[in-house]
Design a protein around this ligand. Structure first.
Ligand code: HEC
Length: 202
């Protein structure tokens, strides 16, 4: 079925994502390099069959793997970080527990879909980004289901989409089918344009 709302609203399509989304490369990798690298990297050693290098991390991510997108509570990866440091399974082995803030960052990243590089998402990841709940919905997104909000254009047409960020004077919107679009703020209703500016503000 052709979606007339989209035809009216969407101006151009794009496959690339802005750097605003929290992803492994920007948020988690530095933590891994500090605490885990000696034992879990192709640059050093790979213990327990877990290499944390971004190019092979996908092996650890999946519904039955140690990193379960959208489900930090059942991710063995997180479970180990939260164990008592005397426990056999505690990670980092022979190290100090990660600061709570860093564990929370990791949980938030998994909750949001465990995306490795938001600038170059794989097809799978793009789908996951569309499905996952954002870790910390911004004030503008309060109450919105799974981070999706209703966007209205100048003609009063409405679509459901998640804001990925702003690109100059345009909003990057992610639709539930996993496609992302860049929509000039000038083509949105005043209220939607305001919502985009406020949600994207740091
Ligand atoms: C001093 C070495 C060392 C450090 C540092 C270390 N690990 Fe490990 N890790 C191991 C060893 C050895 C195993 C395999 C034995 C086991 O599963 O307990 C392992 C296993 C794992 C597994 C289990 C894989 C599975 O299939 O269940 C995960 C997940 C893991 N480590 C994550 C981490 C994380 C995250 C860090 C950093 C916060 C870290 N490790 C730091 C040595 C280390």
């Amino acid at each position: 079925m052709k979606n007339h709302l989209l035809t009216a609203l969407v101006v151009s399509t794009t496959a690339s994502f802005s750097g605003t989304a929290a992803d492994y490369v920007s948020e988690i990798l530095p933590i891994m390099k500090e605490h885990c690298w000696d034992c879990h990297s192709n640059e050093t050693e790979v213990k327990g069959n877990v290499a944390l290098d971004p190019d092979v991390l996908a092996d650890q991510i999946g519904a039955y793997n140690v990193i379960r997108p959208g489900n930090p509570a059942e991710s063995g990866f997180v479970e180990r970080l939260k164990l008592d440091e005397t426990h056999n399974d505690f990670m980092p082995r022979k190290g100090k527990p990660l600061p709570k803030r860093e564990i929370e960052k990791i949980e938030a990243w998994i909750q949001a879909g465990a995306i490795i590089d938001a600038k170059k998402p794989t097809e799978d990841e793009t789908k996951r980004m569309a499905e996952m709940k954002p870790a910390a919905p911004s004030a503008g997104a309060a109450g919105a289901e799974a981070g999706f909000q209703s966007w209205t254009n100048r003609e009063g047409k409405v679509i459901e989409a998640r804001l990925l960020g702003l690109e100059g004077d345009a909003a990057k919107l992610l639709l539930k089918n996993g496609k992302s679009y860049v929509v000039p703020l000038s083509s949105l209703s005043e209220e939607s344009a305001k919502m985009a500016r406020e949600s994207a503000a740091p």
